[in-house]
Ligand binder design. Structure first.
Ligand code: CA
Length: 535
């Protein structure tokens, strides 16, 4: 397993990286390194060090330089892993871009190492707390939000209209409620609802309604004739009962109900029901809870070659701190971990966890195959422009977000957490789909790293965005919460930034700090993962 400790940026004087040529090597046996300097390095640049090197051509920032001559057919190594085979002889000092590489085949799912990795020493971290909202089901919210569940897309416009009025007319009267959020989605009708894989979007919607940031208050807006009937979405027993109350019937506003005369009548019904839930939510107060109540989803988007050097390793260190504090950390993005499956099965806490991971990978391989693609369809033009040649290189930088703890559980898409520790939540890597599935699993805080830059945000939970480069952090100073570029600049170690991130998470979780996405109310749509047919 590649650990953050193996990363050895060549030392630089603070603030000096703009002028002095700086290469970052991930492992002593690598034969390529990446250029750290803003703007890249020019042809003829002399790079001093134990192995002096002259660049034979211009190499952009984040892209790879060949450190020693590589013969055609030989492996190109980064993170101590073969990320490709040279398609021609490559001289030292040349730019190693994707056109010079053949991508290795995906590792088969047979004969994988099972739960045999050496265990990292992770002593418990005690005494850390945050201020959160305790929920009837034992979970803890970091925000106090009224969510309005919808059974079908048909009701989205009416719900949105009602939510606008609730925010304008009701919310100011309930100062302890942070927000009102409509859980809009494209599902509910026009779908093969009895197809076996329809279970994924249905349980995703069910579990989204029960996210810890919604305080156990569930209200539903339904059309009436849709396939996904309210009782199918939230069957009896799916909503935890509060200690102080009897079981209540599901709170549903049905637009086709004959009692509704006109649009405004429907809006009034939604507002009347919302008022009851707002009153209950408004009576809640934050209380001091242990850091173990955090449920942090980690994700990356708009990655570049720095993602796996700065931001993701720091997230990995932060993940270790969280796991040591007894919290839950979810990592996801199946196509971005597929090439590291052997590292992950080895890190599984038990053989059962390793088998569950293999099950999820096999399911996803088959899903991609049905669409005549494989995991290489993941990488984007922006990834490649940022220096990531292929999915193998991207995956090695992505897995580092999971830190070094043993993997204690696996969730299939849309499932809800039932244990703590480091969890592999199988999801597509698509930012919105991954975020939606992590929310359904029970995420109450999200860390999101980006190198190319994305203004990503979620309405249901705070999203802490981490820039991989100082250049991005400077330009997007009012969108990026944390600058991991300070690692490449030589200002801060990976461990120091991971610690800073951990402290920042506790502040955000407590409501003492707001993320930029919260400040500007930047929210991406909830996007369901639906591998089942549409009719
Ligand atoms: Ca992603």
């Amino acid at each position: 397993m590649q650990t953050p400790q193996d990363i050895r940026p060549e030392p630089a004087a603070p603030g000096d990286s703009g002028s002095r040529p700086l290469l970052i090597t991930m492992h002593p046996s690598d034969n390529v390194a990446i250029v750290a300097n803003d703007g890249g390095l020019a042809a003829g640049t002399l790079i001093e060090g134990t192995r002096p090197l002259v660049l034979r051509e211009r190499v952009p920032q984040g892209h790879k330089v060949c450190l020693v001559a590589i013969a055609a057919g030989q492996p190109v190594r980064r993170y101590n892993v073969t990320i490709g085979f040279a398609l021609q002889d490559i001289e030292a000092g040349r730019w190693v871009h994707e056109r010079l590489l053949r991508m290795p085949d995906a590792r088969g799912l047979d004969n994988l190492p099972i739960a045999n990795a050496a265990r990292a020493e992770l002593p418990p971290l005690t005494g850390r707390t945050f201020e959160g909202y305790r929920n009837p089901d034992g979970s803890v919210g970091t925000r106090n939000i009224l969510a309005i569940t919808q059974t079908v897309q048909c009701v989205a416009g009416v719900t949105e209209f009602a939510v606008r009025r609730i925010k304008e007319e009701l919310l100011p009267r309930y100062p302890h409620v942070d927000d009102v959020v409509a859980l809009e989605h494209g599902y509910g009708c026009g779908v093969a609802i009895d197809a076996p894989e329809a279970i994924i979007p249905i349980r995703t919607l069910r579990h989204l309604s029960l996210n810890p940031n919604f305080g156990g208050e569930v209200m539903v807006v339904s059309l009436g004739c849709e396939k996904l009937q309210p009782e199918r979405l939230l069957p009896e027993g799916s909503i935890p009962i509060r200690d102080d109350r009897q079981a209540e019937p599901l709170d549903v506003v049905c637009l086709q109900d004959e009692a509704h005369v006109g649009f405004m009548d429907m809006v009034q019904s939604i507002m009347r029901q919302a008022k009851m839930h707002l009153e209950r939510l408004n009576a809640r107060r934050r209380e001091t809870v242990p850091a173990s109540e955090l449920v942090v989803g980690v994700q990356c988007g708009g990655s570049d070659a720095f993602s796996g050097v700065t931001a993701n390793p720091a997230v990995g260190h932060c993940a270790d701190l969280l796991v040591r504090a007894g919290a839950t950390v979810m990592f996801s993005e199946t196509t971005e971990v597929r090439d590291g499956i052997d590292q992950l099965t080895a890190r599984a806490a038990t053989p059962e966890v390793a088998q569950a991971m293999i099950r999820e990978m096999a399911w996803y391989d088959a899903y991609l195959q049905r669409g005549s693609v494989d995991r290489s369809a993941n990488t984007t033009p922006g990834n490649k422009k940022g220096g990531l040649s292929n999915i193998v290189e991207k995956a090695m930088g992505s897995i580092i977000k999971s830190g070094t703890a043993p993997i204690s559980g696996v969730l299939a898409p849309g499932e809800k957490l039932s244990q703590r520790g480091l969890i592999y939540a199988a999801t597509p890597a698509s930012d919105f789909i991954c975020g939606t599935l992590q929310l359904a699993a029970g995420m109450n805080l999200h860390i999101f790293t980006t190198g190319r830059g994305t203004p990503y945000g979620l309405a249901a939970c705070p999203v802490v965005k981490v820039a991989t480069r100082s250049d991005l952090a400077r330009r997007w100073h009012d969108l990026m919460d944390i600058n991991a570029g300070r690692i490449a600049d030589g200002e801060l170690s990976i461990e120091a930034l991971g610690q800073e991130m951990f402290d920042y998470l506790l502040d955000v979780a407590s409501g003492r700090k707001k993320t930029w996405a919260e400040q500007w109310k930047l929210h991406n749509a909830l996007v369901l993962f639906n591998p089942a047919p549409i009719t």
